[in-house]
Structure formats: structure tokens, C-alpha cells
Design a protein around this ligand. Structure first.
Ligand SMILES: Nc1nc2c(c(=O)[nH]1)N[C@H]1C(S)=C(S)[C@@H](COP(=O)(O)O)O[C@H]1N2
Ligand SMILES: [Mo]
Length: 392
């Protein structure tokens, strides 16, 4: 009879000792800083960082690809700016934490025997999956925020999303397996280990914490304005660009033709009451509102600005649509569009903006007209708007 548990836990024969060479020999790794206490402490910090990063990343994914059950409100205005700032900051802080943790367990790669049982082999395999998935997430995230797309021969979004599930799943398994060791590693009797070891360990942990702190301080200014001058490592300075705002996609890159935004430009509205095409002059004649709203890019930078334009709800009223409508916002750029759900359409802060800081929109910011709405990922703030289509 096949007994799975017994098969999994049966002790495997020891590999021949002549295989035990190089780092597999005893006494290769001599650092006294390493040990369950150090690994446990790093593990707890990493676990917290990773979980927060996963939750905020999942949220961002749901907002951009909402399933039927999911609704994202238009208030508080800066909520997405905050959650996505946290996503990028925790992701970046993970880099020094993971590096230190991998260093702390590195000798285990050469443990002897490599596998005590099938179960032990499976457990080690799951750690390998965890490390690979975590490294994949960090590297792809980093490539994405530094705009190095050419280094990723696959779709960033689906890769980063699906491997996140693999990573969080193997984290959960890893935590469950290691919990007893972590408990023991963090228990009080361990604290009374030899004083000198405790001291060097504290110095090491201090250095790791300082590095994680330095990475955060040198990048979080891309969204936290008071720290902007310190943002030496941030891919984007939120205060540099035309009209003081960064540009992700330029008009040239978006393929915006000068004819399309000249005198012939029309904003086309379509709804239950028919179709209207408004020139820029006609748009300017409609009562204007001025709002202060951020562009909160998925890549972690954000910039606050003062926008002036026409309320989306007022525009769709011209074609007989109620304020609580779903609206498709179509760009002059081929293929770029976004959806305003009912709460965002109805929000009085949602504008088709014609001006930025009191001046006509810069071409790079979406001249003649762009969408700006509260609590929304930057990628959904469509520039060079050509049409507003009220959806049935
Ligand atoms: N048509 C169009 N609109 C767009 C984009 C784009 O590529 N094409 N990029 C979006 C992204 S990712 C961001 S972060 C914001 C940036 O707006 P800004 O360039 O005015 O700062 O515009 C959004 N609107
Ligand atoms: Mo963005």
C-alpha cells in the first residue's frame, strides 16, 4: 500500500562523502552574526514589507482592471497617490532587506546532506520558488519605474501581477514552515546569547535598517513633496517638466499630429441625447472650474497641480446623460482610452482640463484638453481627449 506521508518523510540515503567538497565541507562559513535570530528579525521586516507591497499592488491592479464586484470611489482625493506611493516605497525597501536575508541564509545552500527526505526536498524547492519570484518582482518593478521596458521581453503588467501571486503564496508557505524557528529565534533566551555576538548582530541590523531608510529617503520624495530635494535616486523628480509637471508620454511618442489639435480640433460628446462636437473656443465658453488635484503615476511619482476646465458631468449633460454615468474617455492617440465609473463622472472635481496653473495646457500635458479626476491612477488621466462616450 502507498503511504504518502511515510514516503515523504522517509530518510533518504546519505550521498557519498566524496561528493562533499568545497563549500559543502564543515567550517566554510565562519561568520558568527548569522543565525536564527538574525534571519528571523530580517524575515519579520521582510514579511511586513512584502505583504504591504502585495496588498497595495493588488489594489492598484483591481483599480485598473476592475472585476464586476469591485468599485473604487473618487474620494479621498489622494488615496491612490498614498497607496501607490506605499507600494513603490515598500518595494524599494525590500531590496536591501532581501539582500541581507539572502546573505544570512546563504550557507544553507551548502547544507549537508542536501535533502534529508522528499518532504525536505520539496520544502527547499519552495524556498527556491520564493527567492526566484521575489527577485523577479523586484527586478521587473525596478525596470518598470526606471522605464527600461526593453529589458523585459514580456508584458510587464501580466508578468508582475501573476508572479506576485506566486510570491505571496510561497511567502505564506515559508512563514508556516518556519514559524517555530522564528518563534524560537525571537524568544528571550536567545537574546541572552553571547553578548559580543549580539552586539555585532545589532550593528549589522542597524546597517541594514540604515540602508533601507536611505533608499526610502532618496526616493520617496518623488511623491512626498517635502523630501523632493533629497530624491537623488528617484527616477522622476515631480517638480521638473513643462509647467512644473513631469511627462510620461510625450506628444511625439503618442503620435499626436499638429493638424489634429489645431483649429479643426473638436471634442465629440455622444450620449442618449445624441452627439455634439465642441471646438476649443466653445469649450472655453462653458463655465470653468478650478481644482487642485495630483497626477499619481502608477510608477510611484506624483505631482500636485491646479487645473482649470469644464466638469465632465456638465459636458455629458449636453448630450442628455445623467451625472452618474459610465463614460469612455477616448484620446487622439490611437488605442489610448480610459473609463470613468459613475462615482468619478459625478464628482464635481472631475474635469476636462484646458489649463494648468492658469496657462493653456502644454502640448505634452494633453493640449488642447485632458482628463483630470480625483483618486485615480495617472495612466487613467487621459491626455489629448478627442471623445467622451456615455456608455449604456
Ligand atoms: N493619451 C495618453 N494619455 C496619458 C498617457 C498616455 O500615454 N497617453 N499616459 C498617462 C500616464 S501613465 C500618466 S502618469 C499621466 C501623466 O500626465 P502628465 O504627462 O501630464 O504628467 O498621463 C496619462 N495620460
Ligand atoms: Mo503613469
Amino acid at each position: 500500500m502507498f503511504r504518502p506521508i511515510a514516503t515523504l518523510t522517509r530518510r533518504l540515503p546519505e550521498p557519498p562523502s566524496w561528493l562533499r567538497r568545497g563549500p559543502f565541507r564543515d567550517g566554510t562559513f565562519t561568520s558568527t552574526i548569522r543565525g536564527p535570530r538574525l534571519t528571523s528579525m530580517l524575515g519579520v521586516a521582510l514579511g511586513v514589507c512584502f505583504s504591504v507591497c502585495f496588498a497595495t499592488g493588488l489594489l492598484s491592479h483591481l483599480i485598473q482592471h476592475p472585476p464586476a464586484w469591485f468599485g473604487w470611489p473618487s474620494r479621498p482625493v489622494e488615496l491612490y497617490r498614498f497607496t501607490q506611493g506605499v507600494h513603490i516605497a515598500t518595494g524599494l525597501a525590500t531590496i536591501p532587506l532581501l539582500t541581507a536575508k539572502l546573505w544570512s541564509v546563504f550557507p544553507k545552500l551548502f547544507a549537508w546532506p542536501p535533502f534529508r527526505s522528499l518532504l525536505h526536498a520539496l520544502e527547499r524547492l519552495s524556498v527556491l520558488v520564493l527567492i526566484a519570484a521575489a527577485l523577479f518582482q523586484l527586478v521587473t518593478g525596478l525596470l518598470n519605474i526606471t522605464y527600461w521596458y526593453s529589458a523585459m521581453p514580456f508584458a510587464f503588467l501580466s508578468g508582475h501581477y501573476w508572479v506576485a501571486w506566486l510570491a505571496i503564496g510561497s511567502v505564506a508557505l515559508h512563514v508556516a514552515v518556519k514559524l517555530p524557528i522564528v518563534r524560537d529565534g525571537l524568544s528571550r533566551h536567545r537574546r541572552r546569547e553571547r553578548v559580543t555576538e549580539g552586539w555585532t548582530r545589532r550593528r549589522f541590523l542597524g546597517a541594514v535598517a540604515a540602508t533601507a531608510g536611505a533608499v526610502t529617503v532618496a526616493t520617496v520624495g518623488q511623491t512626498l513633496r517635502p523630501l523632493t530635494p533629497l530624491s537623488v535616486l528617484a527616477p522622476r523628480r515631480p517638480d521638473i517638466g513643462p509647467q512644473g509637471i513631469p511627462v510620461n508620454t510625450s506628444a511625439t511618442a503618442a503620435g499626436i499630429r499638429p493638424q489634429a489639435i489645431g483649429d479643426g480640433y473638436r471634442l465629440v460628446l455622444s450620449g442618449p441625447g445624441g452627439r455634439r462636437a465642441l471646438s476649443l473656443t466653445e469649450l472655453e465658453a462653458i463655465p470653468q472650474s478650478t481644482v487642485r488635484l495630483p497626477i499619481a503615476c502608477v510608477e510611484g511619482w506624483s505631482a500636485q497641480a491646479e487645473w482649470t476646465g469644464v466638469r465632465v458631468a456638465d459636458l455629458i449633460a449636453l448630450v442628455g446623460a445623467p451625472a452618474h454615468s459610465r463614460v469612455e474617455v477616448v484620446s487622439l492617440q490611437t488605442g489610448h482610452r480610459s473609463i470613468l465609473d459613475a462615482s468619478h463622472t459625478a464628482d464635481e472635481l472631475s474635469l476636462i482640463a484646458l489649463r494648468l496653473h492658469g496657462e493653456p495646457l502644454h502640448l505634452e500635458h494633453g493640449y488642447p484638453a485632458r482628463l483630470i479626476a480625483p483618486n485615480r491612477p495617472g495612466t487613467q488621466q487621459t491626455k489629448w481627449v478627442a471623445q467622451l462616450r456615455v456608455m449604456a
